[in-house]
Each structure stands twice: as C-alpha cells, then as structure tokens.
Ligand binder design. Structure first.
Ligand code: MG
Length: 350
C-alpha cells in the first residue's frame, strides 16, 4: 500500500498537518512510517478512520488518555466507552446545574419570611433479619434527616452523623443555606472520622446521610449515599435524589437496565458515603409548596417496596405518622431484609 505524505493525508482526513503532528506527539496516532533521512511523517490510507475518530473524540472533550484507550478497542467496546464517558459528563453537568441554580436562588433578593411549615413523623424499624438497627431518622421544625450506618461501627456512626446536623434545625437565612449545608456535612464527616479514630474496627464502617433544611419557602437538600428523597406533588411521585451506588453508575452508563439492577447481587455497594475521608455531597434547592409531601427513606424501604406501593401509601394516608407506619409495614411484608427508617413531612401553610 502506498503511504501518503502528511500533507496528502491531512487533506484526506480534513485535519491540519499541525493537528496530525500533535496527535503523534501525544501518542494518539503514530505515522505508519517516519522517513529516517528527512524525518517526514508518512501515513497509510487505512489510518483514515482512526484519524477521524481521534478528531471527533477531541471535539467531544474526551481527555487524551481516554482517547488513547478508546482507539485501541474494537468498535463495539469503543461504543460502550464513549457511552460511559458521556454518561459521566452528563452526571457531572447535572450536579453542577443543581449547584448553579442553588447559587442563583441564593444570590437573588428573595423574601425569606417563612410562609410554610412542616408537619412530620419519623418511623424506624430493625426489620426481620438484622440483629441491630443501624438506621437513624430525625425530624424537627426545620430539619429532616435519615442515615443508614454500615459495618461494625454502623451504629453509632449514623447517630453521630445526624447529631452533627442538629445545628441546622434553626432559622438559617436563605443567603447562608448553601454554606450552612456544606459546613454541616463537613462537620458530620469529621465527626465520623473522629469516632473511627477513637474506635477502630475491622472492615469498612460508615454511614449514608440525607437531609433537608427548611429556609423561607425553600428546602435545601444535602445527600450522600443511597437513601432517597421522594416528593409527592399533585398526586405524582418524584424521586429527587440519585443513589450513590456502583449499580446506579452502571445504569447511567447504559450497561445495566433498571430491571437488572433490581436483582443485582451488589446493588447496595456504595460509591459515596461518610467513612472518615473527604466526600462531595449532592446539594440542591427545592420549592416547598403547601400540599407537598416529602419522604426521606433508607434502602430498607426502597430496595424492597416498588415505587407504586410507596406512592399508594403517601397518597392515601392523611397523617405523616400513619404513612410512616404503613411504609415500614410494607418493608417488613416484603421480608424486612434490612433496617428501615422513613421520615414523612407535609408542607403546610404557616
Ligand atoms: Mg440499609
């Protein structure tokens, strides 16, 4: 096969010779041959496809090391890699979008007088299989929280984390909500780390932490782990948190379906939790409208009770207390394989 000069090859692939030299230097596309006398780069016509692929992947914003990996794969696997990369970009963008709107809200001159209040109940249960309850829930006039401890020190770590949030159960000016939430999670993480240093244990211990704080007519949300927050509004149920689990990442990347995830043996494997190391929580801001009903629950509920069952209870039970009691009943009717905690809170006109 006759080799092409860099100029001829550049014209065929519609890239500049400069770009081709850069790809060579970065190890993304080596010339088929370099003339030992002149140093000229020569390319084979069957490198056209790869050169175009490199150009497209760079346009996508994929990091160089990852492009190198993709170029070495057969097409099917390369497709999966591109899909996984893009799912990651979208997840990162979604997290930054939430943060951006939080900042916009916070920096806007908002009327912060409290026009709504919360009517709430907490219900927790050991379940039918576990020999201790490591789940903790909290509900107050301004703060709602659930934590699911795991490992040998799972309890008291879940309590340690929730107690660290207690200062949030007070009137926080809207302009300080974002910092207050971030500080509180930092405090909770440090408290978990301190406890583990003082009480070392075998294996990994830690806790999830999911909380909402009422400020004015807004609810700030902070979330680490696989507890969930659901919002019942106008009869429809919305899940407003993303599970920080390995399985959820696989779903986002299109490598696993929701149905496959439901029975995955490692479905509860966490990728983010409070274990003493630094952790980035998800932060978001939601409107608190009279008539809204929020449910914060650990995986002891959502892993065994389908959303339709959760919705039915939230729609039909008038009192938060009764809704919480029935949700725990459903978890135990489904085998009660795990501890469970439910916080049900209604937004009411103040
Ligand atoms: Mg659990």
């Amino acid at each position: 096969m006759e080799l092409l000069t860099i100029g001829a090859f550049a014209r065929v692939v519609r890239l500049s010779p400069k770009a081709l030299r850069l790809y060579d230097e970065l190890g993304l596309l080596r010339p088929a041959r370099v003339d030992p006398l002149s140093g000229y780069r020569l390319y084979s016509p069957d490198q056209v496809g790869q050169a175009r692929l490199v150009a497209w992947l760079r346009r996508l914003g994929m990091p160089l090391a990852r492009i190198r990996g993709v170029c070495g794969l057969p097409p099917g696997q390369a497709a999966a890699e591109v899909r996984a990369y893009w799912a990651q970009v979208e997840a990162d963008t979604a997290a930054r979008r939430g943060l951006a709107s939080f900042l916009v809200e916070q920096l806007s001159e908002e009327d912060t007088t409290m026009t709504v209040a919360l009517k709430y109940a907490v219900r927790t249960d050991q379940g039918l299989v576990r020999d201790a309850n490591q789940d903790v829930g909290y509900a107050g006039d301004r703060l709602l929280a659930v934590a699911d401890g795991f490992g040998a020190r799972g309890e008291p770590l879940s309590s340690v984390a929730v107690e660290a949030l207690a200062p949030l159960d007070t009137a926080i000016p809207a302009g300080e909500l974002l910092n207050a939430l971030a500080d509180a999670v930092h405090r909770a993480g440090a408290a978990v780390g301190d406890y583990l240093s003082a009480h070392p244990a075998e294996g990994c211990s830690g806790t999830t932490l999911t909380a909402m704080v009422l400020s004015g007519s807004r609810l700030g949300l902070v979330h680490v782990g696989d507890a969930r927050v659901y919002l019942l509004r106008g009869g429809a149920l919305f899940r407003i948190t993303h599970d920080h689990t390995a399985v959820q990442s696989l779903i986002a990347e299109g490598r696993l379906t929701e149905e496959e995830a439901w029975s995955h043996p490692q479905r509860s494997l966490l990728v983010r939790a409070l274990t003493g190391a630094a952790v980035e929580p998800d932060l978001a801001l939601h409107d608190a409208l009279p008539g809204d009903r929020y449910l914060l629950c650990t995986d002891g509920l959502h892993a065994v009770v389908p959303e339709a069952g959760v919705r039915e209870v939230l729609v039909s039970e008038r009192e938060p207390e009764e809704a919480g009691r029935r949700l725990v009943e459903l978890a135990n009717a489904a085998g009660g394989p795990d501890n469970v905690v439910c916080v049900v809170a209604d937004v009411v006109a103040a």
